[in-house]
Design a protein around this ligand. Sequence first.
Ligand code: MRU
Length: 365
Amino acid sequence: MKIDGKPYRTIWPAADGLSVAVIDQTRLPFAFELRRLAALDDAAEAIRTMIVRGAPLIGVTAAYGLALAMREDASDAGLDRAIETLAATRPTAINLRWALNRVAATLRPLPSQARFAHAFAEAGRIAEEDVASCRAIGAHGGHILGDLARDKGRPINVLTHCNAGWLATVDWGTALAPIYAAHDTGVPVHVFVDETRPRNQGAALTAFELNAHGVPHTVIADNAGGHLMQHGGIDACIVGSDRTTASGDVCNKIGTYLKALAARDNGVPFYAALPFSTIDWSLDDGVAEIPIEERDGREVSHLTGRLPDGGFATIEVVSPGSPVANPAFDVTPARLVTGIITERGVAEPSREGLLALYPEHRRAA
Ligand code: MRU
């Protein structure tokens, strides 16, 4: 994607071939700053503090983090320690563990002196595959939006939650990829952007992306979606996912479930867009089985923003002394999902629906 006319991805190998560069997402939308990750701890810290975030990007960063760890200690013990460190950064997005497993499996048979170069190259391949997957998700989902606009015979309104755009992946995004594909091919699409409290990924990141790409959009308070749906103001919802079970239960940013309930009550189609690396084939019951990250309560009790003089300030917004809770994700059961848009096409949200697209995951009888 382009910022001020210059193409960017969210993560790329630095010129030294020994480290990677990322966009610091904690500074957006007010400052566009890059960070260099040169060691395992840099990568782990970037994921933990959400300098990088979004399930696919977390996975790619973890893959590079494992490579950087191999520069420091490429022994088997070093590999195990690095996996443990990176896996502990964030618990919900399965892409992180998927990427660690993939890189580790290719490293174990190798002698230690070959491990850094191999892991760095493998992380690069994961990044390229993510870009290809997101492009394909965009093409499949773009057709859905194009058909919807043709059926309606007018510009369509799409609601999205959190940020599942290029900033959450390596490029293009998951939920936003269909919107970019539709917009770029002349489909008239307007996006309602949920602000996504407590961290405001919608207001800060999705709005920043859509602005940069010239996609018409409006930021709304998280609680406005149901009202808009009741009044015919939303034609479709598209969200991303941090982990989707084999049965089609979709885990995504907290608040997604309420949007899906409102969508069902109002006959609005509700899509989740995600690459294969987000599917956890080992789980069936998302509500019972997906670990939900509980984040620092200060994200609820405090807000950070820009002051009129350009400086930044963090202010308290909750009555001092009141306890706060901050579950970061929720699970939308498959029954509320209209379709799962993947790089292989649109799946019915069920085990059979997903297996029809990914037959290699059918268990041997
Ligand atoms: O806590 P975050 O900002 O990492 O959460 C991100 C989301 O919930 C996204 O919607 C999800 O990762 C899908 S990203 C393509």
